[in-house]
Ligand binder design. Structure first.
Ligand code: 5GP
Ligand code: ZN
Length: 116
């Protein structure tokens, strides 16, 4: 079950509205409320995990599923060939602000590397 005060657990549960992009038994994807690119989708596990820092062996398949889901959404939405950026921010220096692990899927413009 979700973490009581977790924003993304509430979004997954439908207690806070979101613009849903995709869902399955393991994950939920929705548009970021402050998009940093023409397409900016967040893919989150239904099961609460704080971050990659707290993920463990038991989460291995789920983490793989999040990445493959991002790739499938990119293919479905037609921007896979142009390209996209997958980002997972972790803890303070990584820029993580919501502590329910999430994959950012960004597309629709070129991205520089390294990021800021
Ligand atoms: P982080 O900084 O933790 O990697 O990413 C958190 C992301 O969640 C940010 O890009 C932010 O815009 C997004 N976000 C924060 N609150 C909400 C919300 O209530 N709804 C949606 N759809 N996105 C949110
Ligand atoms: Zn959560």
């Amino acid at each position: 079950m979700g973490s009581a005060d977790c924003l993304f657990c509430k979004i997954v549960a439908g207690e806070i509205p979101s613009s849903k992009v995709y869902e399955d038994d393991e994950c939920f994807a929705f548009d970021d409320i402050t998009p940093q690119a023409p397409t900016h989708i967040l893919i989150v596990p239904r099961r609460h995990i704080n971050s990659t820092d707290t993920a463990g062996e038991a989460d291995k398949d789920l983490l793989g599923h999040l990445l493959l889901t991002a790739a499938a959404i990119a293919r479905d939405k037609g921007f896979a060939d142009d390209g996209y950026r997958i980002v997972i921010n972790t803890n303070a220096d990584g820029g993580q602000t919501v502590f329910h692990l999430h994959v950012h899927l960004l597309a629709g413009r070129p991205f520089i590397f390294p990021p800021g």
